[in-house]
Ligand binder design. Structure first.
Ligand code: PLP
Length: 391
């Protein structure tokens, strides 16, 4: 494969499976297992790193093709696909820490990641600190002698907090800790954390990588040795993707750059429109100079992404009226696909968090989160304008 290929050439041609029938599209190996003819061949396939395919929970050619492609796009040595984004987050985190270690993550992280750090890890004897914000100084203050993991999510869920990746990775290195970055919101098109010193990247491929709201999948990317450790978790815990799911993500990757460029542009435009609207109190979008993370985001991101949040003037009730009046976006959990989705964190997606923690993380009662799709930007703006008239 071409070493100097650009993003989309790599997304289309990188990690391609050489198929005996010369199929142009990556074939879907929809098989649970693979046969061998002799005991000797079976024994060879039973090794930790088999010289071929044995069983789909271990590895699958279609899934392998996806893994090679994502590794190239993230600039990682290797990658590992999982059945969901949480499969990737959980298996990567469990491969990074052991009982007695301490791990740090922001509290305004994705809700199930928050629960992993707040409930699951402590129940396995792993100490955790959930930070009130995404500042590198907060990570520094949380460090303990036994800190072994700094978990980053930037931009961050749902108020687009930005973490200075280079500062946090420098802290981790001086502390013998590992960094894992959830790059779901940014995508490797907008942000390449491994180039900034991060050890491991995780994705919910359900979002931008798949891009069409039709697949649940995840990916872990990092050094070959870390991927081997994570593979052990995935094989034991069983968070392996289905080959068809892997294929849908491969198909999505081909248009990732096209989609994300359009989403970057439309989200920026919508953010500017909302920021100038009399019935909007606040807009959270790292592309706006008023955003506290703007400078850091400008340094570490190629584009500011397709996610934004805003607060409707007047609080909970007016924000619910606007939320329910939107005609184009679907009110649905998830993000990163071709169609615009909206969520109401205080009313729906962040209700698992104690109210004080929610407020400290900046999740107000009036907040609406928008995942901007690839619809025509004029139509989106008109729709938000008509919905805001109901505030
Ligand atoms: C940033 C982030 N990480 C992880 C996940 C979990 O992904 P999945 O739903 O594919 O398990 C999500 C889901 O919304 C997310 O937004």
């Amino acid at each position: 494969m071409g070493k100097n290929w650009g993003f989309t050439t790599t997304a289309i041609h990188g990690g391609k499976l050489e198929d005996t029938h010369k199929s142009v599209a990556v074939p879907i190996y929809q098989t649970a297992t693979y046969y061998y003819d002799t005991v000797e061949e079976g024994a060879r396939l039973g090794q930790e790193i088999p010289p071929g395919f044995v069983y789909t929970r271990w590895a699958n050619p279609t899934t392998r093709s996806l893994e090679e492609r994502v590794a190239l796009l993230e600039g990682a040595e290797d990658a590992l696909a999982t059945a969901s984004g949480m499969g990737a987050v959980s298996c990567a985190v469990l491969a990074a820490v052991k009982p007695g270690d301490h791990a740090v993550a922001p509290s305004a992280t994705y809700q199930a990641t928050y629960q992993l750090f707040a409930e699951v890890l402590p129940s396995y004897g792993i100490e955790t600190t959930l930070l009130p914000d995404t500042d590198a100084q907060s990570y520094e203050r949380a460090l303990r002698p036994n800190t072994r993991l700094l978990f980053i999510e930037t931009p961050n869920n749902p108020v687009l907090g930005v973490t200075d990746i280079e500062k946090v990775t420098a802290l981790a290195r001086s502390h013998d800790a590992l960094t894992i970055a959830d790059n779901t919101w940014a995508t490797p098109y907008n942000q390449r954390p491994i180039e900034k010193g991060v050890d491991v990247v995780v994705h919910s491929a359900t979002k931008y990588l798949g891009g069409h709201h039709d697949v649940t999948a995840g990916v872990i990317a990092g050094s070959a040795s870390f991927i081997m450790r994570a593979k052990r978790q995935v094989r034991i815990l069983g968070t392996t993707p289905d080959p068809f799911g892997s294929w849908l993500v491969i198909r999505g990757l081909a248009t990732l750059a096209l989609r994300v460029e359009r989403q970057n542009a439309s989200a920026h435009r919508l953010a500017e429109f909302l920021a100038g609207h009399a019935l909007v109190d606040r807009v959270y979008y790292p592309g706006l100079p008023s955003h506290p993370g703007h400078q850091v985001a400008s340094r570490q991101m190629r584009g500011f992404g397709g996610m934004l949040s805003f607060e409707v003037r007047g609080g909970y009730e007016p924000s619910v009226r606007v939320f329910e009046a939107l005609a184009i976006p679907r009110r649905a959990t998830s993000l990163g696909g071709i169609s615009t989705l909206v969520s109401h964190p205080a009313g729906i997606s962040s209700v698992h968090m104690p109210k004080e923690i929610r407020q400290a993380a900046g999740i107000s009662e009036a907040l609406i989160r928008v995942s901007v799709g690839i619809e025509d930007a004029d139509d989106l703006q008109d729709d938000f304008e008509q919905a805001l008239r109901r505030a």
